[in-house]
Every structure is written in structure tokens, then in C-alpha cells.
Design a protein around this ligand. Structure first.
Ligand SMILES: Nc1ncnc2c1ncn2[C@@H]1O[C@H](COP(=O)(O)OP(=O)(O)OP(=O)(O)O)[C@@H](O)[C@H]1O
Ligand SMILES: [Mg+2]
Ligand SMILES: [Zn+2]
Length: 501
């Protein structure tokens, strides 16, 4: 007997339907799975048989053929265990075929019949809703994420194969409702923890206000990592749509761990030994990389110069395009990657160059070689470079606590609001033409910039960065015009340009 069960898989962060066809016929007992399954799917044969038998059902000792369609879509993982098991039980006559009409099943089976969580349930739920699917059977641990977009589609959380069968046999069963997502207040560290470092704090606020990528340069222990960690907290709260987009990425990566929605902006800090696939996405199962896990949040690259060339090169395209195309043998998968970049580095190999409190032990050649590594395409995409000097004991011991995260975020939100009134893009994302229109300088502004250009030999690119920053600083003051003081302050955040002069 031939039967068909509907399941789903993820391609990028979208779900695609998979038709699981099961035929049980007379012949040599055995189970064959066709339709480009990977090893995880094939091993399912053992799990499925164990799960069926240990759930008190009879496994048909006949010739079982399973076809996963469409064949050209690569199927990874074990999420088809449940639909295959349901197909086998239906074909064997244990479940009437009509009871799973218009239902989608996903879940991995353990040998004892328990249903284990799978990746990508949120996009599957979005798909089920869009296609007016009646019921989506999901592993219990994935139910919170599915409930986020459940809509009219009933989310049926199942913990055991027996529960799936029971739910199908008793159509009247009322399923326990899945609790709606809960929004938790931000728990990240507070800006008030940082003593002193007024310039760096101000720079961080400007970065947040305009969406500017930022580089902190300073000796060990000066607070660069502390500053970076506090950026997500001063960014405007996630909108529901942003939250959903970010949650899609975590769902596909299998990193939700029972959560429903990601409600805080992500902060990702990959180690400098990260692989290109780990950073940008890819690998055999095409998982999103760190840049996509940072979507709508912050990517922090500590010790920037320790990262390999290929990893840094891989950042260039997504920094421009806000998404990444991961190419796999058969198809290209797009992952969103719209993040703010924060990078940190020491001023020289020993870390103490320019430090009033310690002596740098590096040779000039070593310093030059270190700096030379920095130039190039990535630095071109960083609007702000800010020095974070060593803190003296007095500031650390007696410094007044600075403003807290909530107060700073309120100003950031106001500045962003002003940008939204001009157009959809934040200042950091404006095209050159848009910037020209939005950030016309007054006479004094032009004079200051001209002097700086002569003195510091700023490139055309650097000039544009300065104007971008000046626009944001003006927005923070609710000033329509970009005036001389805004330009003057913006020039302060081009540390490496000034260093070179
Ligand atoms: N401005 C500061 N205010 C309060 N504490 C600070 C400050 N700067 C540093 N500290 C203390 O020093 C520790 C180290 O700071 P942090 O890790 O941010 O330094 P870093 O600049 O990232 O150093 P490294 O270059 O070694 O990574 C912090 O955990 C904190 O306890
Ligand atoms: Mg650090
Ligand atoms: Zn040094």
C-alpha cells in the first residue's frame, strides 16, 4: 500500500515542503530510503524501527520503500523520522490515511520512541501558516518557537511517537495550548559599569545612533571588550519583525534551545581561530555563520589582526550587502547578515604603544608591520576608530559611574527616529548621493573639513566617513544642518587617520 505524509525542510531560512511517500509491499523485508537523503536520514531506518516497536506497534516485516520528494533538494538531518514512521504505520494499516490530511510532521526519533527537537521549526511554522496547513506536529521542545507564528495552524507538541499516533486516532483530542512568547527585559551588562573613558563611551553612543561600525584601539585591560558588550543594550529594542528574522536564523541553526522568540539584539564574539564557514556560514549542512547569528545585532571581532585573511575577506561582501550568499554544490542559499561590526585591537604587538603608564617594547619595524596588516578593505568599512587609553588608578577607583544604558538608549532612539524621517536607511547605510543630500555642510563646516583634509591627507573615502559621522552627531543634537562643531567632533573618531599623519 502506498501512502503520502507531508513534512518540511529548510533552505537558507525558508521552509520547503517535502513529500514523504511510503510503500509497503510484499517482498524481502527491508527499508530503503531514496531521494537524496544524507547519512542522518538513512540511519533513521534503525531509529524508526526501534521507535515503532518500542511504542507498542508492529513494524511490518515487508519491503518498505521511502521516497523523499522533490529529489533535487538535499535533505539533511533526522527530522523526517516522524513523518516516515507515520507513513509506515499508515501503509501498514495502523492509522487511517485520511487523518493526516493537510498536516505537517517533523521530528527525530529516539530508539524508545521519544521525539527529539529539530532545526528550523520556526520557518516551517511560517510556511504552514502561509499554506493554510491545519496542523503542525512538532517536537515538544520546538513548540515555543512554532507558536510564534502559529496563526490558524494548530501546533501539536509531541514528546513521543505514541502521542502522535494517539492524536491522529482521536481526532477530537484537544491539544494543550502552547503558551505565547514572553518578552524578557534586556539582561545584558549596563553601561554604568564603565568608569572614565568618556570619549569611548560617547563614540559608542554615536555608533549606535547612526549604525556605524567602530574599531577600538587600546592597551590590554582598558575596557574595549566591556564597551563592545554594552552596545546591543543601547541600540533600539528589536521590532517584532526584526525579532522574527533573527529567530529564524537561530531556529535554522538549531540554537533556540526551547526559547520562542529572540527578544534581545544578539551579541556574537567569535574567536579569531574561527573558520570561514563558521564566520560566514556554510559547511556540509549549510548552517548560518556568526555574521548571520549576529543579524540585527552586534558582531564583535576582538584582536582583529589575529583573524585570518580569508575570514576577514569573507566579511566584505556581507558588510556591503547585509546578507550572505552561501554556495553549495547544487544551490545558493541566502542568509541575512545585517549586523553592526565592533572590532578591537592593541596599538602594537606588545599592547603598550602610546601608553603613558607602561613602556612599549616593540621595534619600529614590528609596529609598522602590525599596522600594515590593518590597512585595506576591511578598515574601509569601519566609520569610527577610537582610542581607548589605559585607565589610571584614580579613574578606576574613584571615577563616578557614568550614565546607564537606559538613559543612553533613549537618546539613541531619538536620533534614529530623525534618520527614519529622512528615509529608511540609517546614516551608516546611506548611499553617497543620499549622504550628499542629507549632510550638506555650512561654510564653517567646509572650512574645518578642508583644513583637516590638507593636514591629515584624508582620502575621499575618509572624507565621506567624516561627513557620515557628522550627520549622526548633528542628529543627536536634533540639528537639521551639519555644522562646524559636528564636523570637528567627527574628525576625533578617525584615530588611525590622525596617527598616520
Ligand atoms: N573603564 C573601566 N571601568 C571599569 N572597569 C574596567 C574599565 N576598564 C577595564 N576594566 C576592568 O578590567 C577588565 C578588563 O577589561 P576589558 O576586558 O574590557 O579590557 P580590554 O580592553 O578588552 O583588554 P584586552 O585588550 O586584554 O582584551 C574588566 O573586566 C573590568 O573589570
Ligand atoms: Mg578584550
Ligand atoms: Zn609595543
Amino acid at each position: 500500500m502506498l501512502t503520502q505524509v507531508l513534512s518540511a525542510t529548510v533552505v537558507g531560512i525558508d521552509a520547503a515542503p517535502i513529500h514523504v511517500e511510503v510503500d509497503v509491499a510484499n517482498g524481502l523485508p527491508g527499508c530503503h530510503i531514496v531521494g537524496l537523503p544524507d547519512a542522518g536520514v538513512k540511519e533513521g531506518r534503525v531509529r524508526i524501527r526501534g521507535a515503532i516497536e518500542n511504542s507498542g506497534f508492529k513494524y511490518p516485516l515487508r519491503r518498505i520503500t521511502v521516497n523523499l520528494a522533490p529529489a533535487d533538494l538535499r535533505k539533511d538531518g533526522a527530522a523526517f523520522d516522524v513523518p516516515i514512521a507515520i507513513g509506515i504505520l499508515t501503509a501498514a494499516g495502523a492509522i487511517p490515511p485520511e487523518v493526516h490530511d493537510n498536516s505537517i510532521f517533523v521530528g527525530e526519533l529516539a530508539l524508545d520512541g521519544r521525539v527529539r527537537p529539530v532545526r528550523g521549526v520556526l520557518p516551517m511554522a511560517a510556511y504552514a501558516r502561509a499554506r493554510a496547513i491545519t496542523r503542525l506536529f512538532v517536537p515538544r521542545e520546538n513548540a515555543p518557537e512554532a507558536a510564534v507564528v502559529g496563526g490558524d495552524c494548530a501546533i501539536v507538541p509531541v514528546g513521543h511517537l505514541g502521542e502522535v499516533v494517539e492524536a491522529l486516532q482521536n481526532q477530537g483530542t484537544r491539544f494543550e495550548p502552547v503558551a505565547p512568547p514572553t518578552f524578557l527585559p534586556s539582561t545584558s551588562a549596563d553601561l554604568a559599569d564603565i568608569r572614565g573613558q568618556e570619549v569611548a563611551r560617547r563614540a559608542l553612543e554615536i555608533a549606535a545612533a547612526g549604525g556605524h561600525n567602530i574599531l577600538f584601539v587600546g592597551p590590554p585591560g582598558s575596557g574595549k571588550t566591556m564597551l563592545a558588550r554594552r552596545l546591543p543594550g543601547i541600540l533600539p529594542a528589536l521590532s517584532f519583525d526584526e525579532s522574527l528574522e533573527t529567530t529564524m536564523v537561530y531556529s535554522v541553526a538549531g540554537l533556540l534551545a526551547g526559547r520562542s522568540l529572540i527578544t534581545e539584539r544578539p551579541f556574537r564574539a567569535p574567536h579569531h581561530t574561527v573558520s570561514v564557514a563558521g564566520l560566514a556560514g556554510g559547511g556540509p549542512a549549510v548552517r548560518p555563520g556568526e555574521i548571520s547569528l549576529a543579524h540585527n545585532g552586534v558582531l564583535f571581532l576582538d584582536e582583529l589582526l589575529e583573524f585570518g585573511r580569508p575570514a576577514l575577506e569573507a566579511l566584505r561582501q556581507p558588510l556591503e550587502e547585509r546578507e550572505i550568499a552561501v554556495v553549495r554544490a547544487r544551490r545558493t542559499v541566502l542568509f541575512p547578515a545585517d549586523f553592526m561590526l565592533v572590532a578591537a585591537l592593541n596599538p602594537c604587538p606588545c599592547g603598550h604603544f602610546g601608553n603613558r603608564l607602561r613602556t612599549c617594547t616593540c621595534s619600529q619595524a614590528a609596529i609598522d608591520a602590525y599596522r600594515a596588516k590593518l590597512s585595506g578593505p576591511l578598515l574601509d568599512r569601519i566609520d569610527m576608530h577610537v582610542e581607548v587609553p589605559a585607565l589610571n588608578y584614580r579613574d578606576l577607583a574613584y571615577g563616578e559611574p557614568g550614565e546607564n544604558t537606559t538613559a543612553v538608549r533613549a537618546r539613541v532612539e531619538t536620533a534614529r527616529e530623525r534618520q527614519h524621517q529622512r528615509g529608511p536607511r540609517s546614516n551608516a547605510r546611506l548611499t553617497s548621493a543620499e549622504l550628499g543630500a542629507a549632510a550638506a555642510l555650512d561654510g564653517d563646516g567646509h572650512r574645518i573639513l578642508e583644513r583637516a583634509v590638507t593636514r591629515l591627507a584624508l582620502s575621499a573615502r575618509a572624507i565621506e566617513r567624516v561627513r557620515r559621522l557628522a550627520r549622526t552627531i548633528a542628529d543627536m543634537e536634533a540639528s537639521t544642518d551639519v555644522r562646524a562643531p559636528h564636523v570637528a567632533e567627527a574628525l576625533q573618531y578617525r584615530f588611525l587617520d590622525r596617527e598616520g599623519a
